[in-house]
Design a protein around this ligand. Sequence first.
Ligand code: IYR
Length: 236
Amino acid sequence: MTEPRFLPYQPPRLPEEEMRRQAHTFYALMQARRSVRHFAPDPVPRALIELAIATAGTAPSGAHRQPWRFVAISDPEVKRRIRLAAEAEERQSYEGGRMPPEWLEALVPLGTDWHKPFLEIAPWIVVVFEEVHGVSADGSKRKNYYVKESVGIACGLFIAALQQMGLATLTHTPSPMGFLSKILGRPENEKPYILFPVGYPASDAEVPNLCRKSLDELAEWISPVAADPRVPTHLN
Ligand code: IYR
């Protein structure tokens, strides 16, 4: 058993006005984000992808196991193999009866189909693997905790980091994703979690006309009875 060890943690407290300003700026940045399926082929420096992955790696994780692995691909040959394998699976899903009519109906507003040209056009594909269990020095299995939650949070930070640097991405989950383990030669304790094409949006990129839920629709407040029953929103 290792003993717990602690360090002081005293990040500076900002004046409330400054907190509000920074929160608004970040909210506006994230509100402007859209999932993109039309990418420009322009290259993106590896250093930027490194920073986005490093940012993702700051996520909290169950028992601090950090159960994630990011595989970043810019090799056109490997991107092509991923595209072909993803399209073969997606074709089965869309046209081979694997997706029930209700699901296909739900995707109509997104305009998606089995063609995935972005997997070749985007300069980078980042495939995130969840580490289902760790492997100790003696080769035995080491349990991980809250793996899906931890990797999901890491992916959220990855998306935010890309948005902050003006890059676009898409949360893509070709299904099933086993082909990614094979093409990328990943060990048995890693399972594909999500795939992100990353790049600049194409100059003629379009996105579906969707609305996000308003704050009223997505939040509930449990406040003391004396509090103002209709507090004005601070989002404007
Ligand atoms: N994986 C398919 C289908 C798909 C599923 C959901 I849920 C989406 O939000 C979008 C697409 C595809 O990528 O086309």
